[in-house]
Each structure stands twice: as C-alpha cells, then as structure tokens.
Design a protein around this ligand. Structure first.
Ligand code: AFP
Length: 345
C-alpha cells in the first residue's frame, strides 16, 4: 500500500484556517477531479469518440478539436458548483461572471496541445487562480504576480498534476486504482544550468536576431561561445515541455516572430504564460518575453498572446542578455555570424 500523501491531504496541510486559501483549495480539488475525467477520455482515444476532428474554431480562430470542447464542459461543470466569481477559458470568447462577490477567479486552457490528440502525444490542462478584485470583470487584467495558485495536468504515460500555491512546486501522480492524485515530488527545483533547448526550429528564418543568436550559440555547442553541446526537443505540447524542464531542466522558447499573427508568439498570457511562469519561478527557474518578466505583465485583453521563454535560470538569463546587450551579433561565433558571414539569406 503506497504511503504518499494524497492531494487532499497536501491541500489540507497547506491551507490552514485562511478562508481565501480554503477557497483556492476547493477550486484546485475540483480541477483535479475534472482532470481525472478528462484523463479517462484521453487514454481511451478513439474508443471514447476522441478523433482530433476539428469542431470549428474558437473565437480567436484556433481550430477547436472535439476534446477541447468536452474538456471545457467538464471543467465548467466541476467549477460551476463552487463560489467562483469569474471563469475564463481559451474556448470561450468572453469572461463568464458567475458570482462577482466570490473571492477567487479561475482561467484555464482546458486542453493544451490538442493538435496532438489523434497522434497519441501528451496533451494537458493549464489553470490560473486569481483573487477577485472589487470589479470582478478586471479579474484577468492583473499582473501574473497576483496569482494565488497555478497548475497544469499532463495526460501522458502518467497523468501528473503540477501545482504551486506560492509555496514551492509539487508534483502529484494519478493512482488509477484509487483514482486519487498522490504526491510524488515536492519542492521541485529546476537545475539552474541546462543543455537542452525546445523551440520549433522550422521557424528559424522568422526569428528576431537575439533568438537566432541564442539558438545558433546552442547549435555551435562546444565549438561556440557557450562551450557545451546541446540537445533539442520539440513536442508541440507546452505542458509536456514544461514537465520535462521541471524534471531535468532546459529552456523552452516560443518567441514572437515575423509571421503574420505571430508577432507576439502563439501562447496566451492569461491562461498559459502566467500560470507556467508562476510555476517555473516557484521552482527556481525564469520566465521572460526576452525583455520583460512574464509575471510583471498586465493583460490588455483576455486572449492576448505573448512571447514565452522559460526554464533553467542561467539559460534564460543568457537569452535575456542577448536581447539587451548591444552588438549581440558580434558576441557569438555561431553559424549565422561565424564563417558564413553576418547575414545569411
Ligand atoms: P494546440 O493546442 O493548438 O495544439 O497548440 C499547442 C501550443 O499552444 C503549445 O502547447 C505548443 O508548445 C505550441 O502550441 C506548438 O506550436 P507549433 O505547432 O507552432 O510548434
């Protein structure tokens, strides 16, 4: 019989008597329960009618898959029973104001990585919990540093819940026999230095100079300024990349680029970058746009995109240096700036 603490026991231990903390814990417990239902669907795939078929587009034009919609419904049903002021979802155009006087508000991406569903790759759910301001409609125009809690679930070989309540990062693994999350990692810390980067390298020609300089430095490996060889990963699922970084370090980059519509990258500030940044910083890592700390950013609109670079703190700091140092191109001898000359068409 395993002795690991359950999520419920861990939440009880961390909450104490504070009513706001208890409201946060109730929401986390409801999200966890919803994620178990979503996990039951993802692990059955086509047998549960999950085909990855497009069901239309959400309000921001992203293709909506069948499980995106079902996951959104499951989460809304789970949270709808609680005293929550505002719900915000990637799948819905506007805020859902339920009970403006309730103490907390929840934003979520019900199914991140959904383009992977029918290829049997890991997908996930991401959530962010904010205190409700006096004007509830402003719940998600607060800086990321105002978050009370953030988490994500990876529906992969294991179903894992990653959670921060602002007191470090815990990892829980779903025990399928008892259908409970059990604590399998506490006070997780990201290795400060890493030799693994994650970026969609097919977009290289669209990147800004600092990003190209950083990645080319990684590609130069031990022959370049970085002085060490790198490995590369790109899963196309933010939750899977984030989980790997929490376990073994690394740097993830989804920068803005020259493609139309990608000037601010692809990821959403409110329900992807803010929660991820909270978790990564709580685990000793860094999360930046390249020029600004993500948790300092105040959203202008609900579905606003933002460049997101996160992971091992030394690697993130190197990338930030390349965004702010003058003549960065001259600092590296990467292929772009080395023997092939400064500009390569
Ligand atoms: P989907 O949810 O549309 O699959 O997008 C997933 C995602 O937002 C994020 O999880 C990935 O890191 C990123 O997009 C992959 O983007 P590219 O397909 O442009 O590489």
């Amino acid at each position: 019989m395993s002795q690991e603490l359950t999520l419920q026991q861990r939440l009880e231990a961390l909450a104490g008597p504070d009513p706001l903390r208890r409201a946060v814990n109730e929401a986390v417990a409801a999200l966890a329960q919803a994620s178990i239902e979503i996990s039951d669907l993802t692990c059955r795939g086509a047998l549960a009618g999950i085909t990855g078929q497009a069901r239309g587009r959400n309000t921001d034009g992203d293709v909506q898959k069948d499980l995106d919609v079902r996951a959104d419904d499951i989460i809304r049903a789970a949270l709808g029973r609680l005293p929550i002021a505002v719900l915000a979802s990637e799948e819905m155009a506007d805020l859902d104001i339920l009970n403006a006087n309730a103490p907390i508000s929840v934003a979520f991406d019900p199914l991140d990585g959904s383009s992977n569903i029918n290829t049997n790759m890991s997908v996930g759910t991401i959530f962010s919990i904010m205190p409700t301001p006096s004007d509830a409609s402003a719940a998600f125009t607060q800086p990321g540093s105002a978050q009370l809690a953030a988490g994500f679930v990876v529906y992969g070989p294991q179903t894992s819940l990653v959670l921060t309540l602002g007191q470090g990062v815990d990892i829980f693994t779903l025990d399928r026999d008892s259908r409970e999350y059990k604590l399998t990692g506490s006070t997780v810390q990201i290795p400060p230095n890493a030799t693994e980067f994650a970026i969609n390298a097919s977009n290289r020609r669209h990147w800004d100079l600092p990003v190209r300089a950083y990645i080319d430095e990684c590609l130069m490996g031990a022959d370049g300024m970085g002085g060490k060889d790198f490995n590369m990963r790109w899963i196309g699922s933010l939750v899977a990349e984030a989980f790997r970084i929490l376990i073994r370090g690394g740097i993830f980059l989804y920068p803005g680029d020259a493609r139309h519509g990608y000037e601010e990258g692809r990821l959403r500030l409110v329900y992807e970058a803010h929660p991820m940044a909270f978790i990564i910083e709580q685990a000793g890592g860094g999360a930046t746009t390249g020029r600004q700390r993500v948790l300092d950013l105040v959203p202008r609109t609900l579905h606003q995109r933002v460049p997101l670079i996160m992971g091992s703190i030394k690697n993130v700091q190197r990338l930030e240096h390349m965004h702010t140092a003058p003549d960065v191109a001259l600092e590296t001898n990467a292929p772009l700036f080395g023997h092939r000359g400064l500009f390569r068409v």
